[in-house]
Design a protein around this ligand. Structure first.
Ligand code: HEC
Ligand SMILES: [Cu+2]
Length: 264
């Protein structure tokens, strides 16, 4: 009890000292008791972290997005994380449909939008009217969760109201851009860039093509890291390089996905 109070005090004074945004807003998000009564609008096989995920939305949000309207106040999106089933060697066991299978429930990550929320955040971090929270398998808020990280990773998706899986929610995956006839092609499949070390010529296009159900986003390393658009399944993104060198990049959505392009 005492230790706990001490931690809280430390947190408070740390925040006061650094002046950084507090994420007390997470407390506004209650455990979504009826998450499984909502709409299951997508599942994700996360090859990178061996998880199976289910995405649930309140029905009003699905109806609004399908009708081309903004996501309404009161929307709750619940991403339920499960361990993927693995064999005794730790390899994922796929079902007859080729997809991951549900193992133990790991956590619930939740985002909730309400009119008037978010005003206390600075523009460089604010995610509109959304707040984020993580709940453990026994439905308690996870006090160790990095809520700042939620805001940072979802922030670049401002154009789609910070919802990364919006295309799944609306049931539309917009048409792919054609792959240029010249240049280098890198396939993105099972959370890997292939080839991981690609080669290209100065000024020639390098095209990434996403085969995964999960979205990916090429993000060049370095201070001014150029970002491609977010690629949904079947979509491509193209970049050209004006100077020779070895360019390393990661996926902006799954930072443990890495690749390089050697430009000659
Ligand atoms: C490294 C980037 C990253 C971070 C950090 C992150 N997310 Fe996400 N989030 C994603 C991606 C990518 C998806 C799309 C589904 C998938 O691939 O699992 C997603 C999807 C979601 C969704 C489903 C709705 C949507 O936007 O598609 C919720 C809810 C969510 N995240 C909550 C959180 C919470 C809460 C946190 C903080 C604890 C968090 N996220 C941190 C990348 C991130
Ligand atoms: Cu990715």
């Amino acid at each position: 009890m005492f230790a706990r109070r001490l931690t809280t005090l430390c947190l408070v004074s740390f925040t006061a000292l650094t002046g950084s945004a507090a994420f007390a807003g997470a407390d506004k998000v209650a455990f979504p008791e009826n998450w499984d009564k909502g709409v299951l609008y997508g599942t994700v096989d996360r090859h990178d972290i061996k998880q199976y995920r289910e995405l649930y939305s309140t029905k009003a949000a699905v109806d609004a997005v399908k009708a081309g309207k903004p996501i309404p106040s009161g929307t709750v999106l619940t991403l339920v994380q499960y361990k993927a089933k693995v064999d005794d060697k730790g390899n994922v066991v796929k079902g007859t449909d080729g997809k991951f299978q549900k193992g133990d429930l790991v956590a619930y990550t939740v985002m909730e939008k309400r009119a008037g929320w978010g005003t206390e955040y600075k523009d460089d971090i604010r995610n509109g009217e959304w707040e984020y929270q993580v709940f453990t398998a026994d439905k308690k808020p996870n006090e160790k969760a990095n809520i700042n990280g939620c805001f940072q990773c979802h922030k670049p998706h401002e154009k789609q109201d910070f919802v990364i899986s919006l295309a799944k929610l609306s049931g539309t995956a917009p048409g792919a851009k054609p792959v240029p006839k010249s240049g280098t092609v890198v396939a993105v499949a099972d959370f890997l860039f292939g080839p991981e070390k690609a080669e290209a010529k100065v000024g020639q296009p390098v095209t990434w093509a996403n085969m995964d159900d999960s979205p990916h986003q090429v993000t060049l390393s370095g201070p001014n890291g150029r970002r491609s658009g977010v690629m949904l399944k079947g979509q491509t993104e193209t970049m050209t390089f004006d100077a020779p060198g070895v360019y390393s990049y990661i996926c902006g959505l799954h930072p443990n996905m890495k690749g390089t392009v050697e430009v000659k």
